[in-house]
Design a protein around this ligand. Structure first.
Ligand code: KG4
Ligand code: ZN
Length: 352
């Protein structure tokens, strides 16, 4: 089964051809980072226009690099995301569905991220063949990016039990905002990560929001505000001129994020009686987090996708869609900015 996937929910125009939900023939990503950099964040209208300008080239390249195969279906991110951006991908995918006479498959963006540890290899990071019937081993997935901080139990390739999510900012969003505050540029996550490696994580006494709370939700806006107060105390100018101090600030912020993410994931694993954890989404590239996962989560089998499958990509959409074959979306299906991640039905049933 050969599926063309299209992803355009935020600031990456992406297309990919994936065979049987695992083997990636092409994975083309046109990033808009240089376009949004000067604004310090994604500007939705500019992003939609850039998707329109890029999508034909990106899809053509993905098909070409895959050897121009006969595709069996076209899959697209239906939501959640920026509506103008999603519409570009969804309407383009519909056109392909109609002109090629192939089914249209609609995928939840976070479902794609949660599926990403299975991509790119015959057996996934836990040594499991995701396509073998009855072979699926449940795992806790921590989906952390600029738009999401969610935790779910993946009970099947596209079956989820939601555990919790952020009540305010996503963790990547908090990284981006604090980076902007101290003049580091966009996207802030990788820049803070790099500086954090050279800093003292105990320099600031920052809160660990929700770390001991019941349930599995997250909150990062209080941490962001506490960080902003520390910046105010020192002054942005002083920070900008002192690289070591900036590194200390970054290390302290990163340590707080990692403590919270690890504690919440550990609680979920313990409560659910599971030993497998997938960490997915853009923030899964964080080097400090990767090191902490390796050293602090004893007895847990952690899977982190390759970096190209951590940030937004279409291989995860085409891969996940393999498990939606036989459940096509209506050609009248529309993109939706808000979409619950509760079951595969959420991604394909709607014709609204
Ligand atoms: O998954 P993604 O490409 O897009 C969304 O679905 O949001 O994630 C992008 C986010 C940005 O907020 C970016 O700052 C963050 O992931 N990010 C990182 C790192 N690399 C990317 N955050 C922390 N450390 C990193 N190394
Ligand atoms: Zn994403």
């Amino acid at each position: 089964m050969i599926i063309l996937g299209i992803e355009s929910s935020c600031d990456e125009t992406a297309a990919s051809v994936v065979v049987d939900g695992r083997r990636v023939l092409s994975n083309v990503i046109a990033s808009q980072v240089p376009i949004h950099q000067r604004y310090g964040g994604v500007v939705p209208e500019i992003a939609s226009r850039a998707h329109l300008e890029q999508i034909v080239t990106v899809v053509e390249r993905a098909l070409g690099e895959a050897g121009s195969p006969c595709i069996d279906a076209v899959a697209v991110t239906r939501g959640p995301g920026l509506i103008g951006c999603l519409l570009v991908g969804v309407e383009f995918a519909k056109t392909i569905s109609l002109t090629r006479g192939v089914p249209l498959l609609a995928v939840h963006h976070v479902a794609g991220h949660v599926y990403s540890p299975h991509i790119g290899r015959e057996r996934d990071a836990w040594g499991i063949d995701v396509n073998a019937p009855g072979n699926f081993a449940p795992y806790v997935a921590l989906a952390i990016s600029g738009g999401h901080s969610s935790m779910v139990v993946a009970c099947g390739p596209l079956e989820f039990e939601p555990l919790g999510e952020t009540l305010d900012d996503a963790v990547g969003e908090a990284y981006d905002k604090i980076a902007k505050l101290i003049g580091l540029g966009y996207p802030g996550g990788p820049l803070v990560d790099k500086l954090a490696a050279q800093g003292n994580a105990e320099a600031l006494d920052l809160p660990r929001p929700m770390i001991h709370r019941q349930g599995y939700d997250f909150s990062f806006s209080g941490l962001k505000t506490a960080f902003a107060r520390e910046v105010e105390k020192v002054g942005v100018e002083k920070l900008a001129g002192d690289r070591q101090l900036t590194a200390d600030f970054c290390a302290s912020f990163q340590a707080a994020c990692i403590d919270v993410l690890l504690a919440r994931a550990q609680k979920a694993l313990r409560d659910q009686g599971l030993r497998r954890l997938a960490v997915v989404g853009g923030v899964a590239s964080n080097r400090g987090l990767r090191a902490a996962l390796a050293s602090r989560l004893r007895g847990i089998e952690v899977a982190i996708p390759e970096p190209e499958f951590c940030t937004d990509n279409a291989a995860m959409i085409a891969g996940a869609a393999h498990h939606l074959v036989g459940k096509p979306a209506s050609i009248r299906m529309s993109a939706t900015a808000q979409l619950e991640l509760c079951s595969p039905a959420a991604s394909w049933k709607g014709s609204d």
